[in-house]
Design a protein around this ligand. Structure first.
Ligand SMILES: NC(=O)c1ccc[n+]([C@@H]2O[C@H](COP(=O)([O-])OP(=O)(O)OC[C@H]3O[C@@H](n4cnc5c(N)ncnc54)[C@H](O)[C@@H]3O)[C@@H](O)[C@H]2O)c1
Length: 339
């Protein structure tokens, strides 16, 4: 089987590629990525000599390019990780979120239909369900919860999900969608909470925490997310949505304190800053559907996963520094020019 993995240089996509290229040596994987500020060629550079893998530099919003690529490569399966993914950026500049996350998805769907691919899988987010109150721990989002978005980011992701389902209903495209909670693990771009906290704490810098830090997120290790995606792509029911979560809710403040304790840094580094506009209060996912139907199991407990993650960042300070110095962005393009 030949897989197209879009956004494979980003956080979750690169972890996915590391996992599947090793697990399924007889399958072929093509990583397509536009290497935006969030894409980092270093994340996947060590895959480049594998016989079942190749990298293609390109943009999912470029319809002609996508149609050509599909015609040439004859993919069997498409997994769309590519997206603008940072809520704060979507508040500052919504347009690119609509272009990448909606139009980009539409291009992939059109090309998938034209080329009769066997499965299109959309990587979505629990943020499409909006938020839950802080004082109702009994409430969880199920796959039947209404779409009720808060940010331009989640709205663009929800719009893409609706398009994906329209291609299933209208054209019979064999689709699946996964909606996952917050991920943590190696290779996460240091604009998101966990790598920001680690990076700032290592340099004894102030750690910004929105509002009072009481907002709750459910954390899942990126490996467990990717195991779930792989299960859905291989065994999930066409036309179905599957929630994925870590069953590990934490307030942002608690999370920051756990990391500081692990790094033996003072809580005095915490600096409460003005709350994010429209900040979702609590995300909590009921993932019993994938657990019951596809026998999904997590291999990480949060307490162990976060320690391992912190250690990864400590062992990869160079990776963090390359991002800070912006060196990472041009690495692949420079190599192309030299060839
Ligand atoms: N990070 C999370 O906690 C989380 C949780 C649930 C769902 N998701 C979803 O998972 C997916 C991956 O998230 P992530 O955290 O790895 O994001 P990321 O920002 O780290 O990576 C996104 C990748 O997409 C690429 N990309 C962006 N625009 C592109 C375009 N036009 N054409 C081709 N490539 C493009 C970037 O270069 C980058 O490599 C996203 O769809 C996101 O919505 C993320």
């Amino acid at each position: 089987m030949k897989y197209l993995v879009t956004g494979g240089s980003g956080f979750i996509g690169s972890n996915f590629l590391h996992y599947v290229t090793k697990k399924y040596p007889l399958d072929e994987y093509v990583c397509l990525d536009a290497l935006t500020y969030a894409g980092n060629y270093h994340n996947i550079e060590n895959l480049k000599n594998l016989s079942n893998y190749k990298f293609v530099y390109g943009d999912i919003t470029n319809r002609e390019f996508i149609l050509e690529l599909f015609k040439k490569e004859k993919f069997d399966v498409v997994i769309n990780f590519a997206a603008e993914s940072h809520v704060d950026n979507s508040i500052k500049n919504p347009t690119i979120f609509l272009t990448t996350n909606i139009i980009g998805t539409q291009n992939l769907l059109e090309a998938s239909l034209k080329n009769q691919i066997k499965r299109y899988h959309q990587i979505s987010t629990d943020e499409v369900y909006g938020d839950l109150p802080l004082d109702r721990s009994d409430l969880l989002f199920t796959e039947n919860s209404p779409i009720k978005t808060s940010s331009p980011y989640s709205t663009s992701k929800a719009s893409a999900d609706l398009l994906v389902m329209a291609y299933y209903r209208t054209f019979g495209l064999p689709v699946t969608i996964s909606r996952c909670s917050n991920n943590y693990g190696p290779y996460q771009f240091p604009e998101k909470l966990i790598p920001v906290v680690i990076s700032k704490a290592l340099n004894d810098e102030q750690i910004p925490v929105y509002g009072t830090g009481e907002n709750i997120r459910d954390w899942i290790h990126v490996h467990d997310h990717n195991v779930g995606v792989d299960l859905i792509v291989r065994n999930g029911q066409v036309g179905e949505v599957y929630n994925l979560g870590g069953r590990s809710e934490k307030t942002n403040l608690k999370l920051v304190k756990i990391i500081l304790k692990e790094l033996k840094k003072s809580e005095e580094l915490i600096s409460f800053v003005e709350d994010r506009k429209g900040h979702d209060l609590r995300y909590a996912i009921d993932c019993s559907k994938i657990e019951n139907e596809l026998d999904f199991k997590r291999s990480y407990q949060f307490e162990d996963g976060i320690k391992e993650t912190i250690l990864w960042y400590l062992n990869n300070v160079k990776w963090l520094e390359q991002i800070k110095s912006k060196e990472y962005q041009s690495a692949y393009l420079r190599k192309r020019e030299v060839k």
